[in-house]
Design a protein around this ligand. Structure first.
Ligand code: GLY
Ligand code: MN
Ligand code: MN
Length: 424
């Protein structure tokens, strides 16, 4: 509220409920901006922030208590809960917004509201403003500026507090446990969805009610599809498995990828490719230091991978040329990471004034280089076919360097083979 100033009002709705089919809804997940500010978990809610309003600066519009609705659909915090549990200064029934909000907007020059997210809500906001505009001849001030709250809010979300880091550490810990569980459980002949079930089991057994994104369980050729989520195939003896899965814990995501052989033992080609990706990942993680730039880990991963691919005969040519011409993107076609927080691909600018952003303590990012070599790729020797590898960790920037939040997930070949051997 200090940032937006007292001539402004901010309106932040939570997510809408979406229908899956007929009477069934998709599981509700609050909007991350809204949840960050309020921690209010129910649907049909809008936060209104009015700096310096004498009767309370934080107003929550939400569902009122309703005995019958609560019998059918579950408990509600109600208006009392909005005040007492969620710390709102004032709470009103969501149905009363159209009557109340124009009066709250009146007299403010600026509305902080993210246009273009939800068309229906955009229309309502414009309707409220037009109501006030119709009265300007009576002397009321109508706002003439709409500003997105992203600039302020997303920068706040980029720097994680101690409490947020605690939750992210727990999310990563649960997910690491899930990766271990799957490595222990996996054997050729199972189906990919059975491994997904093990992941979900571990998430939920530890109080993470949801995956932060649909789990990717790709065996063999499927490991070369970056966002494979069908998870329907049977796992073959010689397959590598690429599993990209992370839990969401109290609204915070984790995002971990591990790759391992279905039968518990890396073949020579699998081992060579894996060692290379791991080398690139470890070198990239070393670049996570305060004062380094966002792109430093990526540049490092690209160099290590390109050098390694030339060494292994996967690419041919001069290293600098291959990097300059981005020839490596034939096998490593995505970025080395992204911010992570309440959203798995979290908010926050990657560039500031056209320069890659400097890493600072409290930021959390993923480091996830990969190598994807589908069967039949022109010029690719057959021994590499269907080797798809990604190794992904969640890394916190600290005062002196970094802390890998997902370090409990086994990553070296020795660790993985030992765990899987033990399982067999
Ligand atoms: N799981 C999505 C990603 O790695 O970015
Ligand atoms: Mn990721
Ligand atoms: Mn991932």
């Amino acid at each position: 509220m200090d940032m937006i100033g007292s001539d402004s009002i901010a309106i932040i709705p939570t997510s809408s409920v979406y229908i899956r089919n007929r009477d069934v809804e998709f599981p509700f997940r609050p909007d991350s901006d809204f949840f960050y500010l309020t921690a209010y978990p129910e649907p049909e809610a809008v936060a209104v922030l009015i700096p310096d309003r004498a009767d309370g600066e934080y107003i929550l519009f939400c569902r009122d208590s309703d005995e019958e609705m609560e019998t059918w659909h579950g408990r509600r915090a109600g208006l009392n809960g909005a005040l007492e549990i969620y710390g709102a200064d004032d709470a009103f029934p969501i149905e009363d917004m159209d009557d109340i909000v124009p009066g709250l907007i009146e007299g403010h020059d600026r509305i902080f509201y993210n246009m273009g997210h939800d068309q229906n809500f955009d229309h309502r906001v414009l309707g409220w403003v037009n109501q006030i505009r119709d009265k300007v001849r009576t002397g009321v001030v109508a706002p003439d500026e709409f500003i997105s709250l992203n600039h302020f809010l997303h920068d706040m979300r980029l720097y994680k507090s101690r409490h947020e880091i605690k939750l992210m550490r727990q999310a990563a810990k649960i997910s690491a446990g899930a990766h271990k569980r799957v490595m222990t459980y996996c054997k050729p002949g199972l189906h990919e969805y059975q491994l997904e079930a093990e992941l979900v089991h571990e998430f939920m057994m530890h109080g993470a009610y949801a995956a932060a994104y649909p789990s990717i369980v790709g065996s063999g050729a499927n490991g070369c599809i970056l966002h494979y989520t069908e998870n329907r195939d049977q796992i073959d003896e010689d397959d590598l498995l690429l599993i990209d899965a992370g839990s969401e814990y109290h609204g915070y995501a984790s995002d971990i990828t591990r790759t391992f052989p279905a039968n518990g033992k890396f073949s020579t080609a699998q081992r060579q490719a894996y060692e290379l990706v791991l080398k690139a990942q470890l070198a990239a993680i070393e670049q996570v230091q305060p004062g380094n730039h966002w792109n430093d880990p990526h540049d490092t991963a690209v160099r290590v991978l390109t050098e390694g691919m030339v060494e292994l005969g996967i690419l041919k040519g001069d290293i600098d040329e291959l990097i300059k011409d981005q020839v490596y993107t034939k096998y490593f076609m995505h970025r080395t990471g992204h911010w992570i927080g309440m959203d798995v691909h979290d908010v926050g600018d990657y560039k500031v004034d056209n320069e890659w952003r400097m890493l600072e303590p409290g930021m959390v990012l993923t480091i996830e280089p990969g190598l994807y070599m589908p069967a039949g790729t022109k010029g690719l020797p057959k021994k590499w076919w269907n080797i798809g590898i990604r190794i992904e960790d969640d890394v916190l920037v600290t005062k002196n360097g970094y802390d890998v939040l997902s370090k409990d997930a086994p990553k070296t070949i020795d660790e993985i083979e030992a765990l899987m051997k033990h399982a067999a």
